[in-house]
Ligand binder design. Sequence first.
Ligand code: PLP
Length: 278
Amino acid sequence: MPPLHRFPQRDEAEGLLPVLLCLGGHDPSGGAGLVADVQTATALGVHPLSVVTALTVQDSRDAALVRAVPAPLVAAALRRLDADIPARAVKVGLLASPALARTFCRWWRARRPSLPVVLDPVLRASGGRRLWSVAGDPVAALRDCLPSVTLLTPNHEELVALTPEVAGDEEEEARARRLCALGAGAVLVTGGDRPTPAVESTLYDAGGRRGHWASPRLPGSFHGSGCTLAAAVASFLALGYDLRGAVDEAQRFTAAALAAARPLGRGAAIPWRGGPWR
Ligand code: PLP
């Protein structure tokens, strides 16, 4: 594995940097979305490809408007990149419309079914605004994508929304296992949105609980913490880490980015992903 946090050396075998394909929305505040993905991948020595799925009008407090990019445009961008720059992993953030979710899954199935995919099932901004277009059901669209997903990274609210058939508020493991039964390889439930003293995240696969992380809850709120974590896991997968190792390192990177976050606007603090992080 290449050393981290210095300019990476050319990969002797291929003459290439590891490449991460990122699909997601653009958040002009630079807290979340594709900017978070691109900053994270770059900080970790991975080259990001960035396919925009939605434009948002947004600041550090909340989103005000979302416009999904037409699916044929995203399909064309995927085809074009795929024919030119091979990626080693994919990070999917906001898909914004059922047509975009279908476009991604079709491309993945037809073109690159062996590529690891980290999908952050974004439904709304932490300020509360729904980020999907009003037409179509995001839950059904995201569930249809699960067979293409190596790791799903819902927060608790997203986990509950994605598994309406599981009863009970506390059935985290049952909900995660249900998502694995629908096709996800593994589910990392992140606990930033829960009122616990520490931020706790748990990794599940079809067999049950596979890992648990707890980090001190920092004061204040953050815009883009979930995007940072999912992009870091995907970057470490692109670097050749196994899933557990990738989650482990991504937790450390995200904790450092949040500890260095700045209150740049009037809302949540914006993570600093420029390093150094260890
Ligand atoms: N905007 C975009 C484009 C996103 O992709 C996301 C999260 O992934 C958000 C906003 C929400 O970020 P947060 O929940 O940190 O406010």
